[in-house]
Ligand binder design. Structure first.
Ligand code: HEM
Length: 171
């Protein structure tokens, strides 16, 4: 190995070592990319224990996964083009305005999981929209062969009720 190559390798090694780590250490000792994400470790522990019965792949997990879809799918560019409100997708509106959205025919049965989830979101002060997607992503990891879904936080906790007829029916 030439001296020049050695110097280049040493410089690279130093550069790697010198890269500043932005990771934050949370109160429970776990680390994450940013301190604002620490709350999700608390939510994780709480829902695995108290919503998903100790990390099971039970009915709360199935219902939570379904809820991610029923909150997110009402988003209609067509309605917007007509000058009407077309929903804002995964915005937590199904929980914030559950009295309206659970009355939609296609949402039959989602009321139970909404009521089960809501206190966790309120307790941890995270938005309904974030909570619904997080619970779905965590839940499927409890199921054998389930995927590890990416979760992105940051949804506002402000929403309008989605319009009816945007959640597809089986037919
Ligand atoms: C056009 C799309 C879809 C239609 C028409 C549809 C329809 C349905 C229907 C009719 C049920 C049975 C509900 C009942 O218990 O009466 C159901 C359950 C379910 N759906 Fe969908 N679905 C769709 C898309 C999705 C997607 C994208 C997901 C996942 C993100 C999903 C996850 C689930 C789960 C997990 C259940 C079982 C819930 C439980 O066991 O409580 N569905 N779906």
């Amino acid at each position: 190995m030439s001296f020049k190559t050695l110097i280049t390798l040493a410089t690279l090694a130093l550069a790697v070592v010198a890269v500043p780590t932005k990771r934050a250490t949370c109160s429970n000792g776990r680390t994450t990319a940013h301190a604002s994400c620490c709350v999700w470790f608390d939510v994780l522990d709480d829902i695995q224990e108290n919503l998903f019965d100790g990390g099971e792949c039970g009915e709360e997990v199935h219902e939570s996964l379904r809820l991610t879809f029923h909150d997110a799918i009402p988003f209609s560019p067509k309605l917007f083009l007509q000058g009407k409100f077309g929903g804002l997708g995964a915005d937590g509106s199904i929980m914030a305005h559950s009295e309206i959205e659970t009355a939609f025919h296609a949402n039959a049965g989602v009321d139970e999981i909404i009521e089960a989830q809501r206190p966790f979101a309120i307790k941890h002060k995270v938005s309904f929209g974030d909570f619904i997607q997080f619970a779905g992503a965590v839940g499927v990891t409890n199921c054998a062969g389930g995927p590890r879904l990416e979760f992105l936080a940051g949804r506002l906790n402000v929403s309008l009720p989605a319009p009816d007829l945007l959640v597809p029916e089986p037919r």
